[in-house]
Write a protein that binds this ligand. Structure first.
Ligand code: ZN
Length: 284
């Protein structure tokens, strides 16, 4: 195992999620089950009428700090506009990152051990429970990325086909029921805001750029055009004509995975940035 103890982060992550589900303060949508059978959960606040916002986190296992950020944004959200919050797109991966093979069924232990180069330290794991990187598995120029790999791995494996993964196909089935105005995907790390994903129309690229610039200014992050990104959730949403940005939380000086201890610094100004952008979109 890693010599760092992640059990506290694991405990807080699950406790927070369960508390949100039980709180009754928001609508809870169970939109499916992960490959290992964990609930896939979305929360909703605001009106269902009109266009919706979408905020996601936790697609890359070791970037679970983004799940904490999305959960806190959900709590803080006080705008009337409808917004969906999906804090943990990859629950199996987060469990592997934080817990190693504990909780993984016997059947998959040998595969994961091999994919992890026979190390028991899974703290840098990014993929889901089948060794597929969920953020290169969406139908958006799928398989055309420079970093893509074609066999299961702890990161960058595209899967057998676009949307081969139950976590992603369930998400798309769920979000297709609604009409979205904009989406924000939280990852870590590097303090940058990506926009302008491959394949998007000029109009969507320019809208995404404006949003990225505004968010980056408030966060003191750097806006960067994403030139080579394909197969990701933001790529897919841009192709559906939904302006989308990806926010990489936390300084590059921090090590993966960014621990919960850093939450307060990382969360600073996140809601302020989001609120400003959402309000501006609606007053347009
Ligand atoms: Zn990521």
């Amino acid at each position: 195992m890693s010599n760092v103890d992640f059990s506290n982060d694991y405990r807080i992550l699950h406790k927070n999620l369960q508390n949100l589900i039980k709180s009754g303060d928001f609508d809870v949508h169970f939109y499916g089950k992960s490959f290992y059978g964990d609930d896939l959960v979305a929360f909703h606040k605001g009106k269902y009428t009109g266009k919706q916002f979408l905020i996601t986190g936790g697609i890359h296992a070791r970037e679970y700090i983004s799940s904490f950020v999305v959960m806190k944004l959900l709590k803080d959200y006080d705008l009337p506009y409808g917004c969906f919050f999906v804090p943990l797109l990859n629950p199996d991966g987060a469990n592997i990152c934080l817990n190693g093979l504990k909780g993984v069924s016997e059947e998959y232990k040998p595969l994961l051990t091999r994919l992890n180069n026979y190390s028991t330290d899974f703290s840098l794991w990014k993929a889901n429970g089948r060794g597929v990187d969920l953020n290169v598995n969406f139908p958006a120029l799928w398989g055309k990325g420079k970093m893509n790999v074609s066999l299961p791995a702890s990161e960058n494996y595209i899967g057998e086909s676009a949307l081969s993964e139950i976590e992603n196909s369930s998400l798309l089935k769920f979000i297709k029921r609604f009409d979205f105005e904009m989406s924000v995907a939280y990852h870590s790390k590097g303090e940058v805001v990506y926009y302008g994903f491959c394949g998007a129309s000029k109009e969507i690229k320019s809208k995404s750029k404006q949003l990225a610039n505004k968010i980056a200014k408030i966060l003191k992050y750097k806006p960067i055009i994403s030139k080579n990104s394909v197969g990701g959730l933001s790529d897919y949403l841009c192709l559906q004509n939904i302006p989308s940005v990806t926010i990489e939380l936390g300084s590059d000086l921090l090590k993966h995975p960014i621990r919960y201890d850093n939450f307060d610094i990382i969360y600073k100004n996140q809601y302020i940035a989001l609120k400003k952008v959402f309000k501006e979109i609606r007053n347009d």
